[in-house]
Design a binder for this molecule. Structure first.
Ligand code: UDP
Length: 341
């Protein structure tokens, strides 16, 4: 198929582009490189038979329309977004502009050109802070985001749902799926791609940077949460499994579909457990500091992934937290400065 991967120079988008190229699809990446890595694009050169990278903004509707036409795009995997909960609470308008308004422009461009499939990168942040009896989280859990990041993603899910309904009512073909990610970690098994954010805010990459001596300590954001060890619980899925879910969904979409799936391993780990696992993997007893809570962080988020298991027989193949961290550690050791910015 001819696939447009928006945000394809980012951590998750680049892994999607890689997998699609290896599966023989024609892949076009659009990324404004504001958070993505040119190094990831360089790494994809020569993989597969048809890869194109365009540095551009998905909010630029005329440009996206031309691209959809020129590359005869059949399906869009939409990853391009700003993804920091904390930043979203400080700069909400930037998040609504980048994540919601730009997605709307992208969907309008798809409508204008007649592109009828989208796999949308949504987030468990759309669930907000579910009550304990609704954890592990199923797709029918009420979506009540507690930060602008989650809200910006939920708006896009709602736009897609309304649009899909209108197309169905008009007897026209459109289908989409929203994949609600929990936490993502690890990298390509052949170490061609890795996780490199600027700024880096994620727990596992920061622990690895501390282990490498690039940072002094890992700060635990809050030790007074209502969880067994007082720190937040999250569900860490390997990026290759996450992308495998995207590919399964892409192939499964049928006219009129409006699907939503939670993507996680179905088990949560606390921040302390993750830090300890990073120490075991790196064999370095790096320092931790107990700090304040980070605004917008719910105490516990982990998935009940049984819907995608039942519908598509997808399940995470990497279920060991240590193995997931191990792949991230291998890439980091080879690329101590990430993609070398
Ligand atoms: N976290 C932390 N210290 C850090 C970075 C993250 O304690 O330096 C915690 C964070 O509060 C959350 C978990 O680790 O509970 C995972 O955070 P991350 O930023 O990796 O992903 P998010 O859950 O925000 O998608």
């Amino acid at each position: 198929m001819n696939v447009l991967v928006t945000g394809g120079a980012g951590y998750i988008g680049s892994h999607a582009a890689l997998r699609l190229l290896e599966d023989g699809h024609a892949v076009t990446v659009i990324d404004d490189l504001s958070r993505g890595n040119q190094g990831a694009m360089d790494a994809l050169e020569g993989i597969g038979s048809d890869f194109a990278f365009v540095a551009g903004d998905i909010g630029d509707r005329p440009r996206v329309e031309s691209l959809l036409r020129e590359r005869s795009i059949e399906v869009v995997m939409h990853f391009a977004a700003l993804t920091y909960v904390g930043e979203s609470t400080q700069q909400p308008l930037r998040y609504y502009r980048n994540n919601t308004a730009s997605a709307l422009a992208l969907i309008e461009a798809m409508e204008a050109v007649g592109v009828r499939r989208m796999v949308f990168s949504s987030s468990a942040a759309t669930y907000g802070e579910p009550p304990p009896e609704l954890i592990p989280i199923r797709e029918d859990c009420p979506q009540r985001p507690i930060n602008p990041y989650g809200q910006s993603k939920l708006h896009v899910e709602q736009i897609l749902a309304d649009y899909a309904r209108a197309k169905r009512d008009a007897g026209q073909d459109f289908a989409f799926a929203s994949l609600r990610y929990f936490n993502v970690a690890g990298n390509d098994g052949k170490l061609r791609l890795g996780e490199d954010h600027d700024p880096e805010t994620h727990l596992i990459p920061i622990c690895l940077a501390v282990a490498l001596g690039q940072r002094k300590a890992i700060t635990i954001f809050g030790t007074d949460y209502p969880t067994p060890d007082g720190t937040c619980i999250r569900d860490y899925v390997h990026v290759e499994d996450l992308i495998d879910a995207h590919v399964s969904v892409m192939h499964a979409l049928r006219p009129g579909d409006a699907r939503a799936y939670n993507i996680g391993i179905g088990k949560g780990y606390s921040v302390r457990e993750v830090i300890d696992a990073c120490r075991r993997v790196t064999d370095i007893k790096f320092t931790e500091v107990e700090g304040k809570r980070r605004e917008g962080d719910p105490p516990s988020l982990f998935a009940d992934p049984s819907k995608i298991r039942k519908d598509l027989r997808w399940r995470a193949s990497h279920t060991s937290l240590e193995k997931i961290i191990e792949s991230a550690w291998q890439w980091r050791q080879q690329h101590p400065r990430g993609y070398g910015r």
